[in-house]
Design a protein around this ligand. Structure first.
Ligand SMILES: Cc1cc2nc3c(=O)[nH]c(=O)nc-3n(C[C@H](O)[C@H](O)[C@H](O)COP(=O)(O)OP(=O)(O)OC[C@H]3O[C@@H](n4cnc5c(N)ncnc54)[C@H](O)[C@@H]3O)c2cc1C
Length: 416
């Protein structure tokens, strides 16, 4: 896609959206469709952040630890009901948008699979089914044999298939959303990191290195790459670095038995085992690695060896590509919608489940910015920022718990 030019003028807008990942792009697109004059500012180019680096799973589900009961416990019945519904519809939101804007991103909507890694996890997942169905999730229970047919992975147990899930090619989806936003009238500027946001009469003056925008409202969609622009926003998330690898193209015969429907799979481990086929026949997987020197090389070794352990009959594999990105985590794994100051709002914290969730949230945020949805009617409660304790070093947290997670996952897989 051609590069988006940087902002070099002083312009005005109704709303400035900061950050062109899926959330900023979907919010800007839907705000423009709701009649607003929108400027979208991106530090680099659309999809530079997690949106261009993720695994491409379209997952109509929150983190594994967040079943309907846990969401109700955390948010109360009203907001929980709305969030569960938004998540249940989020796969459809992605594929509808792709269809409506003819986005070429190798989308496959053949379901998302979540097998359990242990018998105990299988029971816990199974007990969730009635409430998932009640929340409108198009989930189907697959026993161990049925799951094996769908995955070809014999070490995994029974689990859930959500039919409206699937996969996309991440950067292509971001580029498609950018095109759709432009067509709807959004003015998108690349290479324009926002350096400062200052009060300006009734609104705000949003400064980049070479230009500025005056607007009534600002929406921050910077995810984990916020830097020091708004310390209270940065302090509200745990940035967690995640690595991905892709193998060489593998023999077509393997596709007949391993994920034959091209439905991505992510198990219930705390350190999730996730796998999908790329359209050109590579296996894509990844996860976290300890914060040691040479982490990329370590990631390549660790995830290739995990693949060999979990996938039977795998031929000799080579890692052709590896990359990394940062997710924005929260302590309870729930996303946040925050009012930083009157007129500056932020949505953040999709916890590695953001492809479908950000798209669906953006579909609501657009009309909300246009005044068609009131604050109390939003899916997520609009709160003040809640700083995470020791937020400056919180990024170390996931790495400190990783060995404990892995030990518990391995113990459960073997003995429970
Ligand atoms: C390796 C990896 C694998 C993942 N796999 C999956 C998956 O398979 N399925 C799933 O559902 N989720 C997955 N996720 C999570 C998902 O990618 C994210 O939740 C989602 O992309 C977040 O979108 P976003 O728009 O909020 O943020 P981002 O895509 O991170 O976008 C934020 C943007 O803000 C810009 N920005 C920051 N500061 C400024 C500034 N001052 N001025 C201007 N611009 C700024 C950044 O450059 C960036 O482009 C994964 C994440 C990672 C890192």
């Amino acid at each position: 896609m051609p590069k988006f030019a940087k902002l070099t003028d002083a312009v005005t807008a109704d709303v400035v959206v900061v950050g062109a990942g899926y959330l900023g792009l979907s919010s800007a697109l839907h705000a423009a469709e709701a009649g607003l004059d929108v400027v979208l500012l991106e530090s680099h180019q659309p999809g530079f952040g997690a949106s261009g680096r993720n695994t491409g799973f379209v997952v109509p589900s929150l983190k594994t630890s967040l079943g309907p009961a846990e969401v109700v416990g955390a948010l109360g019945a009203d907001h929980a009901g709305r969030l569960l519904k938004l998540v249940a519809d989020s796969g459809k939101a992605v594929f509808d948008l792709i269809g409506r804007h003819k986005i070429d991103c190798e989308a496959v909507q053949n379901g998302w699979l979540q097998p359990a890694h242990s018998r105990g996890a299988e029971e816990a997942l199974h007990s969730r089914m009635p409430r998932l169905l009640l929340a409108g999730v198009d989930a189907e229970w697959l026993d161990r044999n049925a799951m094996l047919k769908r995955t070809g992975l014999p070490s995994l147990h029974g689990g859930i298939r959500v039919a409206s899930g699937g996969q996309i090619t991440p950067l292509a989806y971001a580029h498609g959303l950018a095109r759709a936003a432009i067509s709807a009238g959004v003015r998108l500027f690349g290479d324009s990191p926002v350096k400062g946001i200052e009060p300006d009469g009734q609104g705000w003056r949003i400064r980049t290195a070479d230009g500025e925008v005056r607007a009534r409202r600002v929406l921050m969609t910077t995810n984990a790459l916020i830097g020091n622009l708004l310390p209270e926003l940065r302090a509200s998330i745990i940035p967690a670095r995640v690595f991905q690898i892709a193998t060489q193209p593998l023999p077509p015969a393997l596709r007949a038995t391993l994920l034959p429907d091209m439905a991505p799979v992510a198990d219930t481990r705390r350190h999730t085992f996730a796998l999908r086929w790329s359209p050109d026949g590579r296996l894509v997987t990844g996860g976290m690695v300890p914060p040691l020197p040479g982490r990329m090389a370590l990631a390549r070794r660790l995830f290739a060896s995990r693949l060999r352990r979990v996938v039977p009959g795998l031929p000799e594999i080579r890692v052709d590509y590896s990359w990394t990105g940062v997710i924005a985590g929260t302590l309870d794994f729930l996303p946040r919608m925050m009012c930083i100051k009157p007129g500056i709002d932020a949505v953040i914290g999709c916890n590695g489940r953001g492809v479908a969730l950000t798209t669906a949230l953006g579909r609501e945020i657009g009309p909300w910015l246009a005044g068609r949805i009131t604050d109390p009617d939003l899916t997520l409660p609009l709160t003040a920022p809640r700083p995470i304790p020791f937020s400056r070093i919180s990024g170390l947290g996931p790495h400190l718990v990783l060995p404990i997670w892995e030990a518990r996952d391995a113990f459960e897989a073997r003995f429970r």
